[in-house]
Design a protein around this ligand. Sequence first.
Ligand code: SAH
Ligand code: SF4
Ligand code: F3S
Length: 472
Amino acid sequence: MSDVTIHTTEELEKQNEYTELLKDILYFRYNNSQPKALVRTYGCQQNVADSEKLKGMLEKMGCALTEDTEEADMIFFNTCAVREHAEDRVFGNVGALKRLKQKKPSLLIGLCGCMMEQEHIAARIYKSFPYVGLVFGTHVIHRFPELIYHAVTTGKRFVERGTDDGKIYEGIPIHRDGSFKGWLPIMYGCDNFCTYCIVPYVRGRERSRRPSVVLDEARQMISAGYKEITLLGQNVNSYGKGLDEQTSFAGLLQSVSDMEGDFWVRFMTSHPKDASAGLIDVIADNSKICSHLHLPFQSGSDRILKRMNRSYDTARYLEIVNYAKSRIPDLSLTSDVIVGFPGETYEDFQKTLDLIREVEFTSLFTFIYSPRVGTPAAKMDDPIPYEEKSKWFSELLKVQEEIAAKRCMSMVGKTYRVLIEEQAKNGILNARTQNNIIVELQGSPDMVGNFAYAEVTEAKNWILRGRLIDKP
Ligand code: SAH
Ligand code: SF4
Ligand code: F3S
């Protein structure tokens, strides 16, 4: 067995004991009634998956989950540190909790997640928000019951962070938010140290879950009726490094899609430096693996990619993209891009636009560079003012909008298998194609959570409208 993985042994048994104690303690603390707990998630799917564990543990403590801050007895914010804007939102929302704490002194407010793994942030929270009772980082979520126990039994404020032991704790209970779309983390942390990025500092070293554990969880999800499983990691293509068994991401993906049942598999995020032709072949050859590749390129300038420490150049990026396009008909490519990295010139930025025009992404997640304390890029010279970067940003959005509109137009008249995800407020059903595009449909709400076939009848910029049809 790999030494990174710990199963439901000593540590989790200890946590189970705290959980048992908390059932009574919390019940009495909250007026002899079932305590209500709120978990709000900021940031990426890694945090969403962590929140599902926090919620799972809270349920085992006897709590009911709520979304309503007014009725909550315990509030936890699972925070994101990736850009300043994400952090500002958390600070603002924590400030707004002061009034609730005054009204209900027994309210327990806890902050966790990536922001809390930064020393200066944890210190600021502790100082500026005295009504926050519990602060803990990403590496100790398996000890959540113990942390709550200490907070409520001592009445003291608790900070627990900065303790990456490099291990994976399996066996934590999970409350999945969705009943037919689910997240499945296959690895944690990141070792890439892109010079702008805080993730490796707040999430620790990259480690992979054992294939047998991932496959067991996938099997459970499929038998519970999940129709879409998304395999998660910061860099899924390096899955398996450090494990005893010989394994690869392409192999894992193949094994999940080989499982019996009618379901789709997605994954994110792929790093271009490790994306292999073998991976593309697995996607191309398995109909359950969605024809969508999220492949962040970050910049179209080789000079900037080097300064970002991304370990590929645009030629390598285009090589993998072109191979994927040649092997996967209807492939949808999406990407992340940063505008205004320190030292980026307008000429560099134009190369980013060139790459966007050449690849024709379905959609882009676009960010203006945000300096992160402790990262190498934050110390680089950054002469371009923010206003100028904002102008470049708008220019990029315009280019992408035209491409997205064209991409959507090309889907009109075609038929797709879709997963019906929700009924919107206006009664329309929102469905998603394998290549990750939303199609609006008229239909009965009891179709939500099921596959169907849709013919696309209309494209409005990047929204598609269609009609349900029988199997073609
Ligand atoms: N592991 C993933 C990305 C995780 S963070 C990958 O490597 O692709 C999601 C995105 O946020 C990144 O792809 C990047 O585009 C953006 N991002 C990260 N740090 C940033 C920063 N300091 N400023 C602006 N955008 C940033
Ligand atoms: Fe951040 Fe780079 Fe790791 Fe992605 S691969 S999480 S951008 S350091
Ligand atoms: Fe944010 Fe942490 Fe994800 S910093 S983007 S929530 S890994």
